[in-house]
Design a protein around this ligand. Structure first.
Ligand SMILES: Nc1ncnc2c1ncn2[C@@H]1O[C@H](COP(=O)(O)OP(=O)(O)OP(=O)(O)O)[C@@H](O)[C@H]1O
Length: 260
């Protein structure tokens, strides 16, 4: 069991801004993420939540501002370089390899971490086999963590929707991240599946020490799961606090909770 959260700051954004032809989707964003915390990002549709994830993970180039992971500036890096630093994400829609099995999906992601070069693969070196074995072991461990071991040999496209979402999380974890960013992980899940998801996210943090950021519209999930919540409205941070503080904040009620 890993200590819940520490004072170590893993991720910082400063002045992070993104505009699309004049429309400011994210303005002067700032957050300090502490190691081991579970943080929620909420806000009405179009408030900049996905833009924030895209700017942090290299899928979108910020117009201004910076992102730091530990002491490294990561803004401007390609998505694969951001993953290699230790940040993994899931997307709003499914991005599984539907024609691969569940196990193969996790193995494919593990390659981002356990890299072997083409010569080792052709020459079948000892290091190549060791790397393959490590990736296999890790895939089994992750499938067990997300409760999908019994589906390991099924095609990803055959899984029920809720299982596919958990497979996406296993795939992100296969890159051995320090920070996991989940974009609307509960979308399309029923209330029992959403509860299981919350348990899984807590398990991931508790057993692996992974810091988690969740963008979600499901208020019950956010309020029950997150220790700290940041609220965006029209691209700006309007409040950061505990679930209780956020719930009681007048600007949040006005911008978001009032329109539930
Ligand atoms: N590639 C793009 N080109 C132009 N405008 C964009 C682009 N991506 C996002 N936007 C705009 O930026 C604003 C913020 O969008 P974003 O998707 O970040 O919001 P969101 O909070 O994630 O919304 P939702 O909850 O609906 O997913 C919106 O006005 C959106 O239309």
């Amino acid at each position: 069991m890993v200590d819940a959260s520490s004072d170590e700051i893993l991720l910082r954004t400063r002045g992070l801004t993104k505009s699309f032809r004049g429309l400011i989707a994210l303005r002067d964003h700032q957050i300090d993420l502490r190691k081991g915390e579970i943080v929620g990002v909420i806000g009405p549709n179009g408030s900049g939540k996905s833009t924030l994830f895209n700017c942090i993970t290299g899928f979108s180039k910020p117009t201004a501002g910076e992102v730091f992971f530990r002491h490294d500036r990561i803004s401007g890096l390609r998505p694969s370089a951001v993953v290699a630093k230790g940040l993994a994400r899931t997307f709003q829609g499914s991005r599984l390899f539907v024609s691969l099995t569940v196990r193969e999906n996790v193995r494919a992601a593990a390659h981002l971490r356990h890299q072997t070069n083409i010569f080792e693969a052709v020459l079948l070196t000892r290091r190549y086999f060791a790397t393959q074995e490590a990736a296999n072991g890790q895939a089994e461990e992750l499938l067990s963590l997300v409760g999908l071991s019994h589906h390991a040999d099924r095609l990803a496209c055959e899984l029920p929707y809720g299982d596919q979402r958990r497979l996406e999380i296993a795939r992100a974890l296969a890159t051995a991240p320090d920070i996991l960013l989940l974009d609307e992980p509960a979308a399309g899940l029923d209330s029992a599946e959403t509860k299981q998801l919350a348990d899984l996210i807590r398990r991931i943090r508790d057993s692996r020490g992974v810091t988690v950021v969740v963008v979600e519209h499901d208020m019950d999930l956010i309020m029950n799961l997150c220790e700290r919540i940041q609220v965006l409205a029209a691209g700006e941070v309007i409040c950061v606090g505990t679930p209780q503080e956020v719930r009681a904040h007048p600007r949040v009620r006005e911008a978001y909770l009032g329109h539930e």
